[in-house]
Design a protein around this ligand. Structure first.
Ligand SMILES: Cc1cc2nc3c(=O)[nH]c(=O)nc-3n(C[C@H](O)[C@H](O)[C@H](O)COP(=O)(O)OP(=O)(O)OC[C@H]3O[C@@H](n4cnc5c(N)ncnc54)[C@H](O)[C@@H]3O)c2cc1C
Length: 457
């Protein structure tokens, strides 16, 4: 047990409390339990798989259309002010249905500026190991090779998409998620995971968090948790929500601000006959480069959108999806207001991309159309998706060098609080185009170093 617990007690004691069991909370838990500390991890969501936090693709053998419906059902919209922005409230968070695309951010255009290049390289390399990132998943696919060669002959630089997954002995793909991250510590006596437990608030005295409150959503009972160190990894919107609800926002002017969300363009194509003779899956991507601030992924994947008509022969259909970086702007923000039915202050978004961001998105749309038509004909017309569709909100608890423009330092420790660390895409300070989770894991691994140093001091 990662807690000292007496049946009649309303106070749980542990070395580290982690709020949120998504992949980032899981990374913190894994590293701290492996270092010998007691960890209590709580999540407001239910445990939906026998092994906590399994990727649902590993357990449900369903079509992509059906998996899209699973994702739609799992997503809880956060606010009518950005209807597409959502959270997944479950053990495992969004890693129960994410698409596992885990690219390394471009070293000069996207990577965090807070770390030296060699430090960042070592953090990201460990992050890749922990998520089992590989670019070889579809190496035997001749269709993937042919598409790459065809596109790269006209000046592109498409590569096999790095995916967080492993192959089983019989060749099945096992997608990484909270369950694969936690698997080495799941049976540890130092680790406790409580589903259906909401952490509404933490309490601060002087420079320290002294306790956190916890509500069991199954029994509506209330607990207090006393820990040495506290880690909030509840997602880019619900982490600042807890801090706001704990009356700590006055001393953290950057909380909720500098919010970035990628703009997304999307279409689906039926591949031209010249490619349709080749067999195999396709999952290729092109990253950002000077003058091109977007990433392009060509594959066939389940998202909360993009279902195809049941009677369509989908064998030759591919998704073409681009995501552009937007520049961090202090005015783009999530704010919190009146309390909702869960007793937490409700988020509302004030976000508008700048003219420069919109110009990049317009260029991205043109390039996506030209790429798509070079490969086949449209099944789904190209469109710009509503803001929030990427589900990659970042920056709301950004890391930086001062409390005026950031919420945490380079160890992801909250400014002015000795024992409070944050994790997740919220800490990412840069406006990145590429998928953010691997980068958030890199930040978390540095955060682990800070927590360990504090625990041993
Ligand atoms: C369909 C889909 C596809 C995606 N594909 C990719 C991809 O290919 N590549 C990529 O990089 N990213 C992708 N993402 C995003 C990725 O899943 C997230 O970046 C990642 O899961 C964030 O991890 P996290 O641990 O910070 O937060 P989350 O996974 O959001 O987990 C946060 C957890 O905190 C819990 N929580 C919230 N508030 C409280 C509270 N007050 N008390 C207790 N618990 C609380 C929630 O229940 C949740 O379980 C995708 C997301 C979706 C939905």
């Amino acid at each position: 047990m990662g807690i000292d617990y007496q049946q009649d007690s309303t106070t749980l004691r542990t070395d580290v409390l982690i709020v949120g069991s998504g992949p980032i909370g899981a990374i913190y838990a894994r590293k701290l339990v492996e270092a010998g500390y007691k960890v209590l991890m709580v999540d407001a969501g239910a445990q939906e798989s026998e092994i906590p936090g399994e990727h649902k693709k590993n357990i449900a053998d369903v079509s992509l259309n059906d998996f899209s419906s699973i994702i739609q059902n799992d997503l809880t919209p956060l606010s009518s002010t950005m209807p597409a922005a959502s959270a997944t409230l479950a053990i495992g968070g969004m890693s129960t249905h994410w698409t596992c695309v885990t690219p390394i951010p471009h070293p000069t255009l996207e990577a965090p500026k807070l770390f030296t290049q060699s430090k960042w390289n070592s953090l990201i390399s460990e992050a890749q190991d922990l998520l089992h990132t590989t670019s070889t998943t579809f190496d035997t696919s001749t269709r993937q090779d042919n598409l790459k060669n065809f596109l790269n002959a006209s000046g592109h630089s498409f590569k096999s998409t790095p995916l967080a997954c492993q192959k089983s002995e019989n060749g099945e793909i096992i997608y990484s998620s909270t369950s694969s991250i936690l698997s080495p510590i799941l049976s540890s006596k130092n680790f406790t995971l409580l589903p259906n437990h909401l952490c509404p608030k933490i309490y601060k005295q002087d420079q320290k968090i002294t306790s956190a409150s916890l509500t069991s959503l199954s029994t509506n009972t209330h607990f207090s948790v006393v820990a040495e160190q506290y880690i909030l990894a509840a997602g880019a919107v619900l982490t600042p929500q807890i801090i706001y609800n704990s009356n700590m926002s006055q001393t953290l002017p950057a909380l909720g601000r500098y919010l970035t969300e990628r703009m997304v363009t999307f279409c689906q194509i039926k591949l031209d006959k010249k490619f349709s003779g080749n067999a195999g899956e396709v999952n290729i991507m092109e990253g950002v480069s000077e003058g091109k601030k977007w990433v392009t992924v060509i594959n066939r994947e389940a998202h909360q959108y993009g279902q195809l008509p049941e009677d369509l022969d989908c064998g030759d259909v591919l998704d073409v999806r681009c995501m552009s970086a937007v520049e961090p702007d202090v005015e783009n923000r999530v704010e919190f207001g009146e309390k909702g039915s869960d007793g937490m202050p409700m988020p509302s978004f004030k976000v508008s991309p700048s003219n420069a961001d919109l110009k990049v998105a317009a260029k991205m749309m043109l390039e996506m159309q030209s790429l798509a038509t070079s490969l086949g004909s449209f099944v789904t017309e190209p469109k710009i998706m509503p803001l929030g569709t990427a589900l990659h909100l970042s920056g709301t608890t950004r890391a930086g060098e001062s409390v005026e423009t950031s919420v945490v330092d380079s160890n992801s420790k909250v400014w002015g609080v000795d024992n409070l660390y944050l994790g997740g895409c919220g800490v990412i300070a840069e406006g990145m185009a590429c998928q953010p989770t691997l980068t958030a894991v890199g930040y978390a691994l540095q955060g682990v170093e800070g927590v360990k140093a504090a625990l041993s001091a």
